[in-house]
Design a protein around this ligand. Structure first.
Ligand SMILES: [Zn+2]
Length: 280
């Protein structure tokens, strides 16, 4: 793994025109200040692939989101189709599927169908999709993911959805999963920001398979949210949350490089940790 590797662990795709107004505003409200054509890249597999490569990304994790804010459009199947349109072998794109229990009451059946598409795991959004992350069926599902060696990412921290429930993003809610599934890779996306970063940091320090990502963190805020980042560098994944909050992807990466962190720390965050989780 060379230092030119750059794995973005948190990328969204979908259809801007299908978004609900509040989320469209959140995602494209920065019009004019962005250096890329968001609606086109967001929906075009070849254009997104070319763009990410130009920006220096060497592998990208695409994340499904079957939630109300995006009108349930970027399903697991949608995102797998997006990948398969340009990269059926998955040499560049990795997919994290999504299950929204309010849409898919039979979670294990949904998982069985998703698994056929070739996914590395899931991202679940309790706060955005309004469900509690602990139930008997969900715990069975998490155990299954642990047995399969899959990745389980949660949205943690507050939510930008007008009908979201911030409290369902508190990292402490996920502790029973960490305790019950010690071998499951759990990624706390956004590290519980802005309110609960201390909890997320404690979990990555306590649980060997718990990670955080940097998604939707302004580069200049990363060391505010994760003040001991150098100490927990083995447990932090770079995720841009593209296109959300990103004005320039390569600029965003450069701003992180300019934070004054050790090269070894940057290498872990930008590539090494993700490569290990993805089995590269
Ligand atoms: Zn995201």
């Amino acid at each position: 793994m060379s230092s030119t590797e750059l794995i973005d662990f948190h990328i969204h795709v979908g259809d801007v025109s299908a978004m609900r107004a509040d989320i469209r505003e959140l995602v494209i409200g920065m019009a004019g200040r962005r250096d890329f054509d968001l609606p086109r890249l967001f929906s075009s597999p070849p254009d997104l692939l070319a763009y990410l490569k130009e920006e220096g990304v060497t592998r990208g994790v695409l994340i499904a989101d079957e939630g109300p804010g995006v009108n349930f459009a970027p399903t697991t199947d949608f995102v797998c189709d997006f990948r398969d349109a340009v990269d059926p072998e998955g040499t560049f794109f990795t997919v994290l599927g999504n299950i929204n229990p309010n849409r898919s009451p039979n979670i294990m059946a949904k998982h069985e169908s998703d698994a056929k598409r070739g996914i590395a795991g899931y991202k679940l959004y309790p706060a955005d999709h309004d469900f509690h992350p602990i139930s008997d069926e969900l715990m069975t599902f998490y155990k299954q993911l642990e047995n399969e060696g899959k990745i389980l990412m949660f949205h943690t921290g507050t939510t930008g959805q007008e009908d979201g429930v911030d409290e369902l993003g508190e990292p402490m809610l996920f502790k029973p999963i960490l305790d019950a599934c010690p071998n499951l890779t759990v990624v706390m996306a956004h590290a519980g920001k802005p309110k609960w970063c201390d909890q997320a940091i404690e979990f990555v320090q306590t649980y060997p398979n718990c990670y955080v990502d940097t998604a939707f963190m302004k580069p200049e805020m990363i060391l505010t949210y994760l003040p001991n980042l150098a100490e927990i560098a083995d447990k932090v994944l770079f995720g841009s949350d593209w296109p959300v909050g990103v004005r320039s992807l390569s600029g965003h990466v450069q701003q992180i490089r300019d934070l004054g962190l050790d090269d070894k720390v940057l290498d872990k965050i930008f590539a090494r940790n993700a490569a290990r989780l993805l089995g590269l």
